[in-house]
Design a protein around this ligand. Structure first.
Ligand code: MN
Length: 339
């Protein structure tokens, strides 16, 4: 019996989203994500765009080619978070509907992360309820900061409260750093997947930990890609420096930063097809916290399958990382055979 492979950080785009990005690109706005998408929609990455827009046979064929059973899909970053709140919520609903239709057309092959507009908290909470109850989605995606603001800020607490109450994991997906912070990264093209995305998303995770919101919402489930955006590597120093600082700073609780990482976070292998790095994360966080992902179509599914296939791990661990952990965390139904 082959292992069931559920890829947990897979991207799609909608024509409306890309048309809206194109207009932002023409507006002269210097936001790093806007500049990135200006180049994409100008035709620099036509093959990627074609794959992002395909929620049908082409995508299924690519999955079949590499033995990917399920893609857990999210609207590609930065989703609707570039737009004003009301419009962003409207775009979120439209893209969630489009994704729900694709899931319905291909039973068992796709699962969904709901797009929300965090900066419209009331609208976001309504959409989360609709996504879970009416659309059957499995998580929500937040593409890191929104206008330079992060989920620990009180304005976003309704979103965190609802995610906890509805037991919807929040996948914090990278985007570029806010415009001012990005300046130091830009000239050497560091503000992307090479380093800036991890700096931005790791910061977001650390803000959730250090702000104390995970004490307020202790059952929140946070998912990070790219083997945890550097956090697993940093656990010792987080605790060491936190101890040092807490002689002067008020402590939110007697839990250490590493306790929060181990209790509230799950990490995926998206874009990190590195057996040594995965072994390190397994030692630090345990098998049950680690999920497999490709980051299709930005990275290669064949490589993501091959690196984990080739690892010398107990079969049960491999099964958990490839799919079992995703079935549990995201409530993706087990299916013996796909119709
Ligand atoms: Mn991604």
């Amino acid at each position: 019996m082959t292992l069931r492979r559920i890829a947990t950080e897979e991207a799609f785009a909608t024509p409306d989203q890309l048309a809206a990005y194109r207009l932002l690109g023409e507006s002269g706005w210097r936001d790093p994500d806007v500049l990135f998408w200006r180049n994409v929609v100008a035709g620099q990455f036509d093959d990627i765009v074609e794959k992002l827009l395909d929620l049908g046979e082409g995508r299924i064929a690519a999955m079949d080619r590499h033995g990917v059973d399920v893609q857990l899909l999210a609207l590609t970053s930065p989703g609707v978070q570039l737009f004003a709140p009301a419009r962003a919520s409207e775009m979120a609903r439209a893209s969630n509907d489009l994704l729900a239709q694709a899931i319905a057309r291909h039973p068992g092959r796709f699962a969904g992360m709901a797009t929300i507009a965090p900066h419209d908290p009331a609208g976001a909470v309504r959409e989360m309820a609709r996504a879970k109850d009416a659309l059957g989605f499995n998580a929500i995606v937040v593409n890191s900061h929104t206008d330079g603001r992060y989920l620990d800020e009180e304005a976003f607490w309704p979103v965190l409260e609802a995610a906890e109450a509805m037991d919807l994991p929040i996948y914090i997906h990278p985007r570029s750093l806010p415009q001012q912070a990005a300046t130091a990264y830009g000239a050497l093209q560091l503000n992307g997947g090479i380093w800036g995305y991890a700096a931005e998303t790791g910061l977001h995770a650390m803000r959730l930990i250090m702000s104390g919101v995970l004490g307020r919402f202790p059952n929140l489930k946070i998912v990070l890609g790219h083997l945890g955006e550097g956090l697993p590597w940093w656990l010792y120093r987080l605790d060491y420096m936190y101890d040092l600082q807490s002689r002067r700073l008020p402590r939110e609780s007697n839990r250490k930063p590493s306790d929060y990482v181990r209790q509230n976070f799950w990490i995926t292998t998206s874009g990190m097809n590195d057996a040594d790095a995965l072994r390190f994360c397994l030692a630090k966080l345990g098998t049950e916290r680690i999920l497999w992902a490709v980051d299709y179509p930005y990275q290669d599914a064949g490589e993501a399958v091959a690196f984990l296939d080739a690892m010398d791990l107990p079969r049960a661990d491999k099964a958990a990382i490839f799919g079992g952990n995703a079935e549990r965390l995201f409530r993706i139904p087990r299916q013996e055979s796909i119709a």
